[in-house]
Design a protein around this ligand. Structure first.
Ligand SMILES: NC(=O)c1ccc[n+]([C@@H]2O[C@H](COP(=O)([O-])OP(=O)(O)OC[C@H]3O[C@@H](n4cnc5c(N)ncnc54)[C@H](O)[C@@H]3O)[C@@H](O)[C@H]2O)c1
Length: 485
């Protein structure tokens, strides 16, 4: 695979500005900000920052493009999406390398991200003819039907952990349904999204796909803009709440997911990207009958499979966290766990003695056993490489503990009994549950959270369209009678 990777020098996007209306624009604010390589702390480049006036211009362009895009026949929209998928596939290695450089996620794993994005575009291209309403029988003298219509301009604000995948995959259904899209890349890691804008710049008609790098201010301006019909976020709970508050004024909808077990527990924690995945199974509940055996296997697996290294090196198995501030926050959680009496089994500090990652924001893969429900690491989202292990004996009590959190995105159940799985699944308060597997995602299967982990479910058309009901009285309208015949 190493031979397939392009050189790092050739990979960064040549444009660092704002992409809208099919063109690159310097920011009206004239502001640029440094973007970093979390693998060594160095500055990679300066990237434009979209201000409120830039957001106005981009939203206007997307709004103007909407009428043409929504009336483009579904088969033609599908052809645009398939072309985008092909182009992304051709640049998969470059996008993976850019995300490794800018997020710290190991490049070998990031290769699949661009492929997932392309697969989503192909999948939703195939579904464009399925954006359908239904007819509803009533009485003999009336005829009722519903239409699914695109919403208009949709803003997608995305988190830093998988930028190219979040941008590429999650535009697919929106575009297929006839919406125009503005993507706001993560402030920490905008480079792969800028490259996406470059490679897709002549794929879609101007204004259909727009990409505006910046941070919170741009996100806020998008959330409150009257011409933005919907804001979708992949991000943290406080951001989701802030966006819902901001969007409320303009009434926008928001969408805010023994060996085999040991390996599953270890893999579910996503140590590869330093635990920075929304779906990480960071709390592990092991029954006392196999607690010690599974825990030993988990520790051995993590110790041998996840070694901090240079993110752009294809042999690296674990990257840094995204920034110095996040590294300090994760280390402070580790300190709190030690002070509250959890038992440190592995890791617990920033790695030392590895010259090639000096200056990077790394934290060793960390496992705490004997974690109690009241401890901070058991209650708050760390979003770092820290796993908390609990021992349990009583099924009702463990389900109570599993649900005793503000969050509810994913869970995984490992059991030899399908009866146990079926009995337990409905009791667990998460939007997505794996059984005897973990971390896999499936095309077209809704993914989203319960409680503070999300509102809405990323399903196919419900999140991209509004449902318009039409009632036609045959007595009042001859055309309608013709339609029914
Ligand atoms: N539920 C999921 O599917 C999912 C997937 C990946 C990550 N996440 C979550 O994302 C978080 C980590 O990513 P992050 O640190 O980039 O999250 P974040 O919430 O800090 O930022 C996410 C995005 O929102 C923007 N933003 C921040 N404040 C905003 C505001 N007030 N208005 C509009 N936009 C605003 C940011 O610029 C960024 O682009 C974790 O909490 C993780 O659980 C969730």
């Amino acid at each position: 695979m190493a031979a397939q990777l392009p050189s790092i020098q050739d990979s960064p996007p040549s444009h660092k500005e704002l992409f809208y209306n099919g063109q690159w624009h310097a920011p009206l604010s004239k502001e640029y900000r440094e973007t970093f390589n979390p693998g060594n702390g160095s500055v990679i480049d300066q990237v434009a920052q979209a201000g409120a006036r830039d957001v106005d211009a981009a939203v206007e362009a997307a709004h103007q493009a909407f009428a043409g895009w929504r009336s483009t026949p579904p088969a033609q929209r599908a052809a645009y999406l398939r072309k985008a998928a092909d182009v992304i596939r051709q640049h998969a290695e470059q996008l993976a390398l850019l995300d490794a450089l800018n997020t710290g996620n190991p490049v070998a794993e990031m290769l699949s991200d661009a492929k997932v994005a392309a697969a989503n575009l192909d999948y939703f291209a195939g579904l464009t003819p399925m954006v359908r309403g239904e007819t509803i029988p009533q009485s003999d003298d009336s005829f009722h039907y519903t239409l699914r219509e695109p919403l208009g301009v949709v803003a997608r604000i995305i988190a830093f952990n998988h930028p190219a995948m979040f941008a590429g995959a999650k535009m697919a259904a929106l575009l297929a349904a006839g919406n125009t899209v503005i993507i706001k890349p993560p402030d920490q890691a905008p480079l792969s999204c800028l490259r996406l804008a470059e490679i897709l710049s002549d794929v879609f008609p101007p204004g259909v796909l727009n990409i505006l790098p910046e941070g919170v201010e741009c996100g806020k301006a998008l959330s409150t803009h009257p011409l933005v019909s919907k804001v979708t976020l992949i991000g943290s709970v406080p951001t989701g709440k802030a966006i819902q508050r901001a969007a409320a004024d303009t009434l926008k909808p928001t969408l805010c997911e023994y060996r085999q077990t040991g390996q599953g527990v270890a893999r579910g924690m996503n140590f590869t990207w330093a635990g920075q995945s929304c779906g990480s199974t960071s709390r592990v509940f092991l029954h006392e009958s196999h607690h010690d055996e599974v825990l030993r296997r988990v520790r051995d697996y993590v110790r041998t499979h996840f070694k901090p290294g240079v993110p752009t090196d294809p042999s690296t198995t674990m990257g840094p966290v995204i920034s110095k501030a996040v590294q300090e926050r994760v280390l402070s959680y580790i300190e709190s766990a030690k002070q509250e009496g959890a038992e440190l089994l592995l890791g617990g500090k920033a790695p030392t003695g590895i010259p090639e990652i000096e200056g990077g924001y790394f934290v060793e893969p960390t496992i705490f056993a004997n974690v109690q429900p009241h401890m901070r690491i058991a209650r708050e989202e760390i979003f770092g490489p820290v796993m908390s292990v609990f021992k349990w004996t009583d099924e009702d009590e463990v389900i109570r503990q599993v649900n005793d959190t503000r969050y509810g995105l994913t869970a995984a159940i490992y059991t030899q009994s399908m009866a146990t799985a079926h009995r337990t699944v409905p009791k667990i308060e998460t939007g997505f549950i794996w059984v005897n597997q973990v971390g896999n995602h499936f095309l077209g299967i809704p993914f989203g959270g319960f409680k503070e982990s999300g509102s809405g479910r990323r399903s196919v058309w419900t999140s991209c369209c509004r449902l318009r009901r039409r009632s036609v009285s045959m007595l009042a309208c001859g055309d309608a009678a013709d339609m029914q015949r």
